[in-house]
Design a protein around this ligand. Structure first.
Ligand SMILES: NC(=O)c1ccc[n+]([C@@H]2O[C@H](COP(=O)([O-])OP(=O)(O)OC[C@H]3O[C@@H](n4cnc5c(N)ncnc54)[C@H](OP(=O)(O)O)[C@@H]3O)[C@@H](O)[C@H]2O)c1
Length: 292
């Protein structure tokens, strides 16, 4: 474990946990665009280049499962953005480790990346987020909590391949949100006053089924895009087969909930925070096509 910075980098002030992952890279980039020096917490030195490419000013290697490296990573940090590894069975204990280290370091500002509807008992990994929120608030009563819907970006690669295949109904409603919009809000709450002790539901501006997302994608991308429902069994034996058992069970529970009612939130808060309409699915497809 250790902290390193390229020569000439500014002193780090904001520690982003999980900085080399999908969400962490977007948050790091949004902070860097605001001129903030980001210290990127990564699991292994092999992920340093990924975090630097996103805009990190320095790197700190931390193991969230043991807590090793966290105290060093938090030295001199004034703010922390905590996001847990996706569907991690130990998410609540990870929150305890990060919060305890942040409290020891005297961090002034703490923001936590939760999820839309964290108290939905049909999805165990959402419930763990709700418990992690309590851990965060008990140590940092002025923490800001973001509760994003599912990201547009989860389905971009599938849409571009011409086939969106999901193991749930094609006709239940979603208010997916743009990851860069979420990251913009994360950067805002970490750098501006007025967000202390707030919990923000972050949902996209449209209510769309997967079938409707495929129609929009075909129009925007200019090629056929099909929507296909997989059985849970086919998903578990295919895309889900490489996952740890607990993660597979969590996601199967999530798909069952999606099959029943989708995942819908209110876009009002995100619209107010951004000062504009949040990014639509079609706009996200255009933006992703322009950058890759
Ligand atoms: N995807 C969505 O639509 C969505 C919506 C709302 C909320 N969320 C939440 O957003 C969070 C982040 O999701 P994501 O898709 O960005 O996850 P991700 O891409 O898997 O990123 C997680 C990061 O955590 C790192 N990590 C994993 N285990 C670690 C450990 N033991 N010690 C240190 N670092 C470790 C990973 O390191 P490596 O890079 O080395 O693998 C990775 O960089 C999750 O909690 C998820 O529930 C996601």
């Amino acid at each position: 474990m250790g902290t390193s910075a390229p020569a000439g980098a500014a002193a780090p002030t904001v520690l982003v946990i999980g900085a080399a992952g999908k969400t962490g890279r977007a948050v790091t980039a949004a902070l860097a665009r605001r001129g903030v020096a980001v210290r990127a917490a990564v699991r292994s030195p092999a992920r340093a280049e990924t975090a630097y490419a996103a805009g990190a000013a320095s790197i700190s290697v931390c193991d969230l499962e043991s807590g090793a490296g966290l105290d060093e990573a938090l030295t001199d940090a004034t703010a922390v953005y905590h996001l847990a590894p996706n569907v991690h069975p130990d998410e609540v204990a990870i929150a305890r480790r990060v919060v305890a280290a942040a409290a020891r370091a005297g961090v002034q500002r703490f923001a936590f990346h939760s999820v839309l509807h964290p108290h939905d008992g049909s999805m165990p990994h959402h419930v763990r987020k709700g418990l992690a929120e309590e851990v965060v608030r008990s140590a940092f009563p002025r923490a800001t909590v973001l509760r994003p819907a599912a990201y547009h970006q989860n389905l971009v690669a599938a849409a571009r391949s011409g086939r969106i295949a999901v193991p749930h109904s094609l006709d239940t409603p979603f208010t997916n949100v743009d990851l860069d919009d979420v990251a913009e809000v994360a950067a805002e709450v970490l750098t501006e006053a007025g967000h202390e002790a707030r919990t923000y539901e972050l949902a996209g501006p449209e209510v769309l089924t997967v079938r409707e997302q495929a129609v929009t994608a075909a129009r925007v991308l200019g090629h056929p895009v099909t929507a296909e429902q997989l059985t849970l069994e086919a998903w578990a034996a295919g895309p889900g087969s490489s996952l740890p058992e607990q993660a597979r069970a969590d996601l199967l529970a999530m798909f069952t909930a999606y099959d029943r009612e989708g995942l819908v939130g209110d876009p009002t808060t995100l619209t107010t925070l951004l000062g504009r309409r949040p990014t639509t699915w079609g706009q996200a497809l255009v933006a992703e096509s322009a950058t890759t």
